[in-house]
Design a protein around this ligand. Sequence first.
Ligand code: SAM
Length: 299
Amino acid sequence: MIQSFDEPPRAGASPDGLPPLREVIASLGLSAKKSLGQNFILDLNLTRKIARTAGDLTGRTVVEVGPGPGGLTRALLLEGAKRVIAVERDQRCLPALQQIAERYPGRLQVHLGDALEADWPALLGSDFGPGRALIIANLPYSVATLLLIGWLETEPWPPWYARMVLMFQREVAERIVAQPGTKPYGRLAVISQWRTRARIVMSLKPEAFTPPPKVSSAVVELIPREHPEPPCSAKVLGEVTAAAFGQRRKMLRTSLKSLTAMPELLLKDAGLAPELRGEQLSVEDFGRLAMILERARRS
Ligand code: SAM
């Protein structure tokens, strides 16, 4: 039953007057599916804390992937989001989300489907435009990296979102923010840091989730850079990092052979020693290599 807005929340109820998530899950018989990465956060204080790391949500449009029974969704709405557009794959979650939509008329739009196939600007409709929306999600870990890469490779740039606040397994979060010369530094760090300012803003132990996953988790904030530097093409940058990190232990004069017949010349033009390995290059070095390669292909 949904409580009316005017009534004070009953004892034991959540601040939004809706039943506690544990009750919602039990009443729907929502057993967590491992294949869908269902590790729910049932503590509304925690989901509100995550929501607040994205800043003041008042009047903002938020895109959420995988609302599940709605723990984070409820937090986003409680924190003032004007509109939440959520894409969920599991139709068993729809009754819980419907209840939230009724509690917040006109503010929650739920789409049943695979977020990997979503056309975000189309879902945003008239709210579409650089910097209008926020992406806030406790991502299903099996598709988290793919979703992130899709958002980072968005064209045109600057993108349709102003900020992303995303939960990843800790190991992926560390790959996003990794610095050159470290083990987790690779393609994901380069594309993330070239296009955004990325930092870990919260760490969570497995016990924060129901059921607890096997790994620790972390929330990463990514704020798009208006003008990523150097101004290379995202596609060519992707080709360069794929070549350099595909053969991680090889020197660049060897690993870049798949891109050009003359890797030593490319490296010389970029001011880089041919003996370097990909993991030793900064994001800026990769961008410069991509620009020189683009120029060479055009001439
Ligand atoms: N937001 C909820 C929370 O914080 O408690 C649930 C998060 S749970 C980690 C991930 C959610 O993503 C699940 O509800 C799952 O059904 C959903 N999901 C999994 N794969 C998906 C996909 N490809 N597209 C959309 N949702 C997906």
